[in-house]
Ligand binder design. Sequence first.
Ligand code: R5P
Length: 300
Amino acid sequence: MFLFTPNPEQSLARKIALQARLKLGRLEIRNFSDGEFYLRAKELIRGKKVYLLGDNFSRPTDLLKFLILANALKVNGAKKIIALVPYLAYARQDKIDQPGAPLTAKLIADLIAAVGINELVTINLHSHRDEQFFKIKLKNIDALPLLTSYFKTHFNRPISQLVVVSPDLGGQERARRFARLIHCPNVAILKKFRPKPNAVKILTIDQPQLIKDKSCLIVDDLIDTAGTIIAATKLLKKHQARDLYIAAVHPVLSGPAINRLKTSAIKKIFLTDTLPLTKEKVISKIKIISSASLMARNLS
Ligand code: R5P
């Protein structure tokens, strides 16, 4: 069986293919002078089940190449197309939060179905609301156990000396789950306010008395500009946290993120590879844990 991807140089595709015993499908890719793309599957796919990996839908060209390749597979008779999209971008806009706002989570779900994809396998969708937009079969894999096992081997203080922190109300269920998985009794929830997109102001902490002299582990689904993480670490430091750790699934790491993380007081950051990471993003305090085996195990 074949695994296709519009970015064959992506190492996650190679790792998944190896672990799931799939062959990477060969492609002909052309870029036209007007900016259009052409992707042709150079394999026999008629009547076959095929897998299609899409990586970074935040970049419009990557989303479009993924859709064009799905279309090529469909119109050439693939029997079943299973899409693997470890990080589903645009999922954060999952409700109409003010008059005239878009619902991009639904738009992406509709595009995936419209192009003929039969199933989607993804990792830690931003919210439960996102799930309702999919009319096709959806497998939403939880990567928290992957992060918890690495964190446990790294953290060498008694677990009673740790507080698991959610940087916002929306992430509290995730942080509580992480705490349960590592048997940590202490959880603190912060309240976040965004004055404008990509700007963060953390307002309050529900259990300030827990923080003093404790190690704090902030758990989130993703780090984008790192504004949330940095604002949270500042508040925790103000309450005299001893040291700071981060565990997040998706390394979006856009704009000022790497510089902010590099110059922060954070000791170690645990992330997965649901998005491709360029060399500049792999700084020493970031530990990347591959999601390839998790994806491979969850393919039907
Ligand atoms: C928000 O709901 C998410 O869970 C993340 O906390 C947020 O999107 C991270 O963005 P940034 O790193 O830009 O603050």
